[in-house]
Each structure stands twice: as structure tokens, then as C-alpha cells.
Design a protein around this ligand. Sequence first.
Ligand code: SF4
Length: 728
Amino acid sequence: MTEIEKLDKIAINVESHKLLKILLSENPVLEEILRNSKNETEVVIGVRSWIEKTLKDRKAAFKFYHMKHPTREHFEQLEWRDYAIIRILDYIDHAGKEYPDLNLRGEIAVSNPLRLIWLAVNKGTGGAKPGFFRDMIELFRQLRGEMEQQLPSKEQVEEWMERYPSGLDPRIIQLRAENKLRIINILIKKLDQGKIESRKYRFSPEENYEEKLRKVNEWWEDYHFHLHFAVRDPDLVNEMLDFSLDPDTMKILKDAEAAGIPFFVNLYYLSLLHVRVPYFAIGADLAIRYYILYSKKLVEEFGSIVAWEKEDKVEPGKPNAAGWILPSHNNIHRRYPEVAIMIPDSMGRACGGLCSSCQRMYDFQSGRLNFNLQSLVPDEKWPDKLARLMEYYEKDTQLRDILITGGDAFMSSDRTIKNILEAILKMAQGKKERNKSLPEGKKIAEIVRIRFGTRLPVYLPQRVTLKLANILKDFRSRALEIGISQFLIQTHFVSPLELTPAAQQAIQRLISAGWIVTNQLVFTSAASRRGHSVKLRQVLNDVGVLPYYTFTVKGYMENNFGFAPNARVVQEQLEEKVVGKIEEEHYPAIKEFSSDPKHMSENIEALRRFADLPFLATDRNVLNLPGVGKSLTFRVIGITRYGRRILEFDYDETRNHSPIIHKMGKVIIIESKSIHEYLSQLKELGEDAKEYNGLFGYSIGQTEHRMPLYDYPEYEYKLDKEITNLEI
Ligand code: SF4
């Protein structure tokens, strides 16, 4: 007996039976087809002809269903019932197809929902779970026009936003001051008792408590202190949190430790967690909490995590998954023609903390990455390597944008950052010089944009010192002279509570240095609650930060806890983020933002007031697809018996890709959580599932257009069309 035949024999459980009954009683046409069909083929024929009749009269749906690459404009013409019609036809078109399910370590998943229903009706088997039937019930309600798309009013969205105070709220500031004092007192005690020792941070025997307190408060302003005393074991975290972690959480953390998952929380970030839950912000810190506390699933999967990013596998001289030839194993990552990521051999490979949903968990398994900060000091070979990396950028015909990241780019020392920036200036100058001798149509792309990827303004804002800001400022004024015009810091706030006075000061310093600060939010289950992300966009706007991307959580079962289904990402975009939608008439104004970075807060505020928007929705909701890049262009084409959806993604047709994209075909993603499970999880997080009505209906996504503010400037010369460093 094959595995599939075995699955067919599994009896459905009582809850599934009850849900099946509801499905049939609500859909007499479907029931008739099922009862009159001798086998699944007849069911499929019956349902197809029923649905196709409906499709014929619906112009937008008909076009969308048959088009190879529909656009955002086509998507916006769809009506709510169209989603259901297209989904049922897609289910039929893909019935019986097998997909390796990397959530289940490569087990084969087959999608055949009509067959599962037929087996359940006729034999009581097929093994479909309640999550599957719940999804099917909602699908047919949507088809009949009974499950409505209820777009919330602006007032409703603003009410949801109020649930999430920012870290600048005076009541939160007061709580954090208490947290800080508690942590400092524990540290003083442990240093006094010799339980923690440090050659750099210590007291003299004659210092009294007040003096010690003053001293630690001074150390607190120095980011080295926080890295030095970062907590690496669960018991100490619990003690620092006044023993508020429950035994279940502690067990998971201890199991994680035993499994070899590193633990690294700096004292500043730890002070952001509530110990005493305030009445006005119950559950508000969950997005932070689950960012540093690991889940049971992560611990279970650690050791078997499969790499998500195919293009990160690099062998020098051989093309990566996107076809790019790269000069070194670990320093350059490239997916698109215009930009390549550079990761220095330095402390920049580490971070100020370890985010539980980080894709680098894969690398931690093999011990390739760790938090042994001493070993990350760049060695003497680094200057030679940096020169080689710069040569790659210099000679490439298309590269114009360099993104320095890690780990975390600001974990590198000031000296390393300075050296890198000097090397970039030299390289950019080299490109310019070379162009002087090249004819029109053969000229190469000159560097126009430079970016740093860092979460330190959030994890450890003390890192953004005046000295670092001056390095950035000085670089900018020199770089402007040679034509580099866009200077961006890409940071990573996940919660409004992370915006503290210290984080605000860090951002202010970066803005004063003439750099634009943008944010990449990871849409975790806790961050996906109604109002959470829109509130984050608003508080970031208040301090001059522009949202850039809202990312679906990547990965497989290891990230199951933090994963919010793509349906919710689309719902958030169309029901909440839409309140901050910038109409095209304001595009010229927003485009101007980049030429006046020092007045970003004022310019954002002026546009918000003029256009009457609570925030500027400058970000795009996307998933970072393995090998393909960022996109939210998908259709749900299948569903597993657990109710987990199977999505077929296409690339974002609004941006340039490696030409390999045309050979790649579409990407199948099997979600690690059904919508049913997600709603149960939201209930556990204190949410009212009714507020998410309509969620099941979001089965299609289409990538949003990029804000003109993020476009590259045009060259005044004609560029060489030849793409170098590419092999397909
Ligand atoms: S800051 Fe980014 S790279 Fe570092 S642990 Fe978090 S997600 Fe991973």
C-alpha cells in the first residue's frame, strides 16, 4: 500500500464529522454532486462545470484566472466572491499534485480537497482534520456570498491601534525605569559576591551602594557594557525578570540550551520586558517577548532545520541559485542585478541579540555562527579580502547599490566601519573614472545608494554614538561629491514598545547625519494582531522613520509558532494598512523626501497632515522567496488534510530580476500553520477571533507597487546592457 493509500484509510475524527455535516447542509448543490458521484473524478467534473458556469459571467475573475501574469490593477478589480471561484478552480487544476513538504522534513504532501470531502462523505475516511473542514466551510460561504469582506472603518483601525502604547508613553518609561533598577541591583549584587567577574567593569572596595549605582548607570550608556553582560543562560534571564517566567517557558529555554541553541539577551533589551503587566497594556509586549524566548517547535526542529535561502549557498566561481557568480564564500550575497549585500568578516557577523525567528538559526546548527564575540575581530587577511570584494562591485556593469549587513552591520567597530566606507568611496570613484573612457551604451552603473542593515537602534541604541554618527555624516558629504545620493539605514523594529527614548535618540542622530532610516518589520504572530503593525508604522513616522517592508516569517516548522499565514498579511494590507495609503497625487511630494533627509520627521508630518493620514504606508507586505526574492504575488492552489494552505508564488514583475527568473517557474510554499490553528493561537494571545472575520477569504495576493521614494535615480548616460558576473 502506498503512503497515500494508507492516508485514504484514516477515519476522520468527531469534530471533522460535525464540520462536514455543516458543510453539506449549507451547500445542497455540492452535496448532490458528492452523493451522485461514483468516484472522485465525477466529483471534480461536477464541481468544475458548476463553478465554470459562475465564472463565465464575471469578467474580472475570468481574466484574472486565465492570465499568466496578472497585475496589481487586475487584482484590485476582483470582487470578494471571485476569490472563492478562482480558488476552487485552482484546487481542481492542481488536484493530485505532489509537493515535498519541508515542514514535515520532506514528506510528500498531496492536495486533493474534493477527493478528501468525497472520501469523508462516502467512507468517513481521508483523514482530513478540522482545520481543513473549517477552511472549506468558509470557502463555500464566500462563494455563496455569505462570508462578507468587512472592511473596517478608519475609526475602528484607530481603536485597535490604541491597544499598543509606544515605548515613549510616560507610563511605559516609568515601568522601564523600574526594570532597569531591578536589573542593575542584581548585577551589583552578583559583582559584589564574585558570582560575575569582569576586569573592565568592577567596583573598588571602598565604593558604597550609591556610588556603585551611579557607576552602573554610567556604564549603561556604553554599548560595550550591554554586550559584555549579555545574559546567556535561562536561569539568569529569569532572575533578571524577577522570576516571572513560568515553568513551561523555563523548560523550553533549558531544552533549547541543551540542544545547543545560543542564548544572548543584552541587559537594555531585557529591561523592555514587562514583569508587572500594566492594566493599560495587557499583552502589549508579546511581540518583544516572543522575539527572544524560544518556542517548543524551534527546539524540536533544531538540528533538522533546512536552509530557506537557496541563493545564500555560494561556491566561488560557480553561479548561485539566482545565477550570480560571486567572489567569496560568505561575504557577498546577490539576488538582483542592481544590488549585492556585503557581510564583513568582523563583529558585524553577530547581533545585539538573537531573534527567535532569525533564518540564521540554520547556521547556528552547524556552529558556523555563534556569539563568541572575541573571535569575530577581523584578522589581517580582511583588508585584502575587502579589496577583492570592492573589485567585484567596481567591475560589475549593473551594481549600483551596496547593502552592508551581517548579522548586524553596526556590531562592527567604528574602525571597521570607517575602513569599509573608505573602501567604498575608492571603489565608487574607480567606477566613475572607468566610465570616462567608456562610450555611451557601454558605460557601467555607478554607485548611487549605500545602506546599512542593523537592528542595533532597537536592540542596543547606545551603539549609535555621536562618534558613529559623525563617521556617517562625514562619509555622506564626501560621497555626495562623487554622485552617491541615497544613504539609508535599514533597521528592524517589530513592536511600538521598542521605540524608547534611547532608540529615539539613536534615530535622531542618524537622521541628523543625513541618513534616511527605514524599517523592516517581521510580521510574527504577535505582531500580526489587529492594530499592532499600523501602530508601529505611526510611531515610527512620528520620529522620522519610514516603513520599508513588512515580511512574512520565513522558514519551516521551526518558525511555526511565530508564523502568521499569508492570508493575514494580505488582510492587514487591505484592511488596516490601507488607512495610511498614499494616493498618487502625493507621489511627487514623497519623492522629494530623499533630497531632504535631515527634515524627515517634519516632511512626514506635513504630508500626513495635508493628506489626512494617521501614518504613511510606504512599505510593501512581502515574503522573501527562496531563490526568487521579495513578492506577495500568489494564489492558494491547494490545501493539505491538516488545512495548511499550499501557495503558488510568482516573482514581483514590477522590479528587475536576474534573467534566470524566466526559467525558474513558480515557487510552491506550503504554510506551516492552518488558518484554523492561527486563529486558535490568536485566542491564546488574548484576541477575539471575531475581529478577524473574513481572514479565510484572502487566498490571492499581488505585490504592491514600490513607493517612488525608493527608486534609484536615473543615470544621465546610457548604460551597458550586458550583465556581468552572471551564468545561467
Ligand atoms: S537582528 Fe536580524 S540577523 Fe540578527 S538575529 Fe535578529 S533577525 Fe537575525
